[in-house]
Design a protein around this ligand. Structure first.
Ligand SMILES: [Zn+2]
Ligand SMILES: [Zn+2]
Length: 273
């Protein structure tokens, strides 16, 4: 189904379009998957999450194309390049080249201060900048979302719970697994950034692995779990096959996101929850 048919006036539809599903550096560098992040359209609010390298081009060339000037805000989980590479370009696009001061940027302090990824001259184009902190709730129009605790990740990183009227959509962005992660993301729908197929023997990387996903599936109350942000090994192992196996094992619906995939919340809520 096309995006146009998903857009309502009031009585809007809630959907997520996966502009990109790339995770680790090699996948981004080779563009084995797009590194565009997510376009969220919740409660009539358009919010772009984690515009990685190529996000703007992918948005404009999407089928049907999306219009960045319709964005109400940009949400950055953390400043790593695969999440922030196109953030300045996306802010410029949202603000019509900086000529129309508008839109809200939500970002961790670290993305704005030490070694910032958001250029200082571009910040003046924005209507507002809101600093993300742990366990806070934020609003953009009719959309309300909250952060969980700070993730175990090399830079200041947050995941999100998007509170829709009939359900919560939880999004565990880049994180090393720890047991109290799961209770902080109570959504009926759960997005997981699964970069790693397995722990690397030679070095510790602060990302979820497929084994972590198995633990999460046992404990989460979500009935629909979407895997994204794949590293090279995950892609080689065929994410859709992995997701199918996880569905069979867990009895929950597990989906591997693909570039351009649209997830419609109403269908999920009507059918599955
Ligand atoms: Zn990442
Ligand atoms: Zn990261």
């Amino acid at each position: 189904m096309g995006i146009d048919s998903l857009k309502g006036e009031k009585g809007h539809k809630n959907w997520i379009k996966f502009i990109g599903t790339a995770g680790a550096r090699f996948v981004v560098a080779r563009q084995l998957r797009s590194s565009g992040g997510l376009w969220l359209s919740f409660q009539g609010v358009n919010l772009y999450m984690d515009p990685g390298p190529g996000a703007l081009v992918r948005v404009l060339t999407a089928n049907p194309p999306l219009d960045p000037t319709t964005l109400d805000g940009i949400l950055l989980s953390h400043k790593h390049l695969d999440h922030s590479g196109d953030i300045n370009a996306m802010i410029e696009a949202m603000t019509e080249g900086g000529y129309r001061r508008r839109g809200v940027l939500f970002a961790p302090e670290e993305a704005l201060e030490e070694d910032p990824v958001i250029l200082r001259y571009i910040r003046s184009y924005l209507g507002k900048i809101e600093i993300l902190r742990k366990h806070e709730t934020y609003s953009l129009g009719d959309l309300h979302f909250s952060t969980a605790g700070r993730h175990r990740h090399p830079v200041e990183t947050y995941g999100f719970n998007f509170h829709l009227p009939r359900a919560t959509v939880s999004c565990i962005t880049d994180a090393k697994f720890h047991s109290d992660l799961i209770s902080q993301y109570p959504g009926e729908v759960l997005l997981l950034n699964v970069v790693l197929l397995a722990e690397l023997p030679d070095r510790q990387i602060d990302h979820l692995t497929l084994e972590d996903v198995k633990i999460i599936l046992k404990e989460t109350r979500a009935q629909k779990v979407i895997l994204t942000h794949f590293g090279t090994r995950m892609l080689e192992a065929n994410p859709s096959k992995l997701a199918q196996r996880l569905s069979e094992e867990s009895g929950k619906e597990v989906i591997a996101a693909t570039d351009g995939m649209v997830l419609e919340m109403e269908e999920i809520l009507a059918k599955d929850i």
